[in-house]
Design a binder for this molecule. Structure first.
Ligand SMILES: [Mn+2]
Length: 214
């Protein structure tokens, strides 16, 4: 079973549509979103509606939570106004985690923190301490906008990268694909994949100072 994990859309509909087109080619059995769907791109409502229409299950991201509770910040207010009460309520109801039995577990940042940053350079012991307790063969997180896959003993830790605001030196949207692998060992092979066709970045990036380059 092939599962695509798609995250950090950040209101960038152009990038989201590029990923959806790529998924039509890849034909995963299931698509799950990893949160940060609406803030801080130009089309928050359009992105949210598209994901709801596709019926992807998913998890809450830090900015989803901030927008849902109308954090008093200009760019958050801008997005919240466009979304309206019904969409904000839907956002606020997103769960903190998603899992597929003991095979895949997904959280936005870490199991107990929506904001904590765990870089790809983290050592094995740190990754295992944070994501091992999820109890899944493949632990997936999002949030840092840099996709990677690491094997630590029997545990695979992977990051989805970002659809709308990639920060890994490649401006194209990215997502993670987890496929069924060596079934004799019960392990799942995780494939870093999903470079979608070229797409633009959101023009509206009021909070993108954390990006190393544009
Ligand atoms: Mn995040």
């Amino acid at each position: 079973m092939k599962v695509a994990l798609v995250a950090d859309v950040h209101g960038n509909l152009t990038a989201l549509e590029a990923v959806i087109a790529d998924l039509e080619r890849v034909q995963p059995d299931l698509v799950v979103h990893g949160g940060e769907l609406v803030f801080n791109g130009p089309q928050p409502s359009e992105c949210l509606d598209r994901i709801r229409e596709l019926g992807w299950p998913g998890v809450l991201g830090n900015t989803d939570e901030a927008v849902a509770r109308r954090l008093d910040e200009p760019a958050v207010s801008w997005a919240a106004e466009r979304l309206g009460e019904e969409r904000l309520a839907w956002l606020g109801r997103l769960p903190l985690g998603w899992r597929q039995a003991d095979r895949i577990a997904l959280v936005h940042a870490t199991p107990d923190d929506l904001y904590r940053i765990v870089w790809p350079e983290a050592d094995d012991a740190e990754l295992e301490a944070i994501y091992g307790p999820l109890g899944a063969a493949v632990a997936v997180y999002c949030h840092i906008h840099r996709g990677y896959v690491r094997q630590i003993g029997k545990l695979t830790v992977a990051n989805t990268g970002s659809v709308g605001l990639p920060d890994d030196g490649d401006p194209r949207a990215s997502y993670l694909l987890v496929g069924e692998g060596r079934c004799t060992t019960g392990a799942w092979t995780t494939t870093w994949s999903g470079r979608s066709p070229a797409c633009g970045r959101a023009a509206f990036q009021p909070s993108s100072t954390w990006l190393r380059s544009t």
